[in-house]
Write a protein that binds this ligand. Sequence first.
Ligand SMILES: Nc1ncnc2c1ncn2[C@@H]1O[C@H](COP(=O)(O)OP(=O)(O)OP(=O)(O)O)[C@@H](O)[C@H]1O
Length: 518
Amino acid sequence: MGYLSCNAESAIATCDTYNWDLRKKKKAKNRRIICIREFSFHDLTTATNSFSADCFLGKGSHGSVYKAVLDDGKLVAAVKKTTFFNRPSVNCTNCSTTSPAENEIEILSWVQSPRLVNLIGFCVDYKHGNKKLLVVEYMPNGSLYDLLHSASRPPGWSTRVRFALQIAKAIRTLHSSNPPVIHRDVKSSNILIDENHNARLSDFGLALRGHVEDVKIKCTPPAGTLGYLDPRYLAPADLSTKSDVFSFGILLLEIISGRNAIDLNYSPPSVVDWAVPMIKHGDFGGICDRRIGPPPDPSVIRQLAVLAARCVRSSVEKRPEISEVVEYLKVVRKRVQSPRIWSNIQRRVRCAEKSSAQQVVEMKRQVLDASEEVVKTSSNSRVSRVGSRRSRRVSSVSGAEYGSSATTTCTAGDRVMRSKSIGSVSEMRVGPEVALVRRRPGVAVKMPVMRLSKSRSVGVLRSPQLVRCNNKGNGGYVFEFNGKSSADSRGTSDVSKLLISFDEKSERKMLEKPILYF
Ligand SMILES: Nc1ncnc2c1ncn2[C@@H]1O[C@H](COP(=O)(O)OP(=O)(O)OP(=O)(O)O)[C@@H](O)[C@H]1O
């Protein structure tokens, strides 16, 4: 167990089996101590108004979540209460058994980050088989799933890219911890939105901490959510951080397209089978969420799509590390933000042009006045010179209006020229590492771009397609996929046929639920 109970704010010590190895213990010494509180069941009952419907936030496959107001209103938290089962997520004769709630407490007592929904504390319900309740940070703005699929105003590209970057950073935090944490259930309903509208990764019920050679990892059967699950993760030994990268790729396709990972309303239902062929053919617009259309800068969707396709490659080795994904998304983020800067500049230019046009009218009027004066007093040379100077100013302003003259000297004109060159790619030649972006004739600037050759070499993941979904009448369903045997359902690690039990759920919703046992 990775945590010990403690009173209120006191820090906790850890007695993790991982640290029984002395060498690892030394490294663990430098680890930041995370404070976790133990709450009494009575405290949580009061804080959730006896787990009333008013405080109910949602239901997952492990139980229900309630809003809790603690510490005389100073702390608002979410309480996860396991309801209908407490099956162990690890089940092996050589390993200790751990329930999803215990597993989540153990993982989150080791890793904390502003990009995660962090653990505040826990509670043991002694009256009901010592079940553990989790107290985690409260996320008031729902899940990314709700935002993408139910919100009346779907998020724009800037928000989507920001969320994608934040989720990638969250996964990077897990993968870079020592030993690494593999989440195994990265999906849109596990991305919650905090009070500052930032995305956070939640739900560590299936997460595993350790190295691939560790006994615990070797004993843990594959798990995840259908549609997000790495098709190469068929046995415990197949687990790697790249499984999370695959799930992230699916999530990225969902963020781009606004469609579900598996949606029977589409053909093919799998988002990978639907999107990757389009990406391969360069039809990036085809995978964009129709409600918002493609982003103004076409390189944004191209880079996002190619990145997603790389993450879902069938070859585990060819998928990028999550740290690489973070770096790519940082570049995309800058690009998606530039249209905003560009539109601001355009607005300023329009204002400048408007005032310039007014100036032109004014100048013309003054020129006319002056000429009239010249006509009237043709013998007066001084007036004539004033008139010619004014007309010079007029001509320089009108040259700036079109922004084409390199010899334009007026300030407003200069602004027009510079603003047009920002983000406006008039010609792009894609090379192996850089693109030459021609901003003005004869001036080429090197800009980093994603290699297009990578998008060409992206393998199409031939994940099995759902061909049948049989209701067994006992709350269980059998999912059959083509191209695979459909011999046995329970107790097999074959993803071709899965038996998942759920209650009160629609068939479509069930497809998004985690598979706990194969
Ligand atoms: N920390 C939180 N703050 C606010 N709401 C939350 C929080 N955690 C969960 N919820 C809400 O409760 C719902 C259920 O969460 P939970 O993590 O148990 O299941 P899930 O992720 O939706 O599904 P599954 O357990 O199948 O992965 C979520 O969809 C979300 O709306």
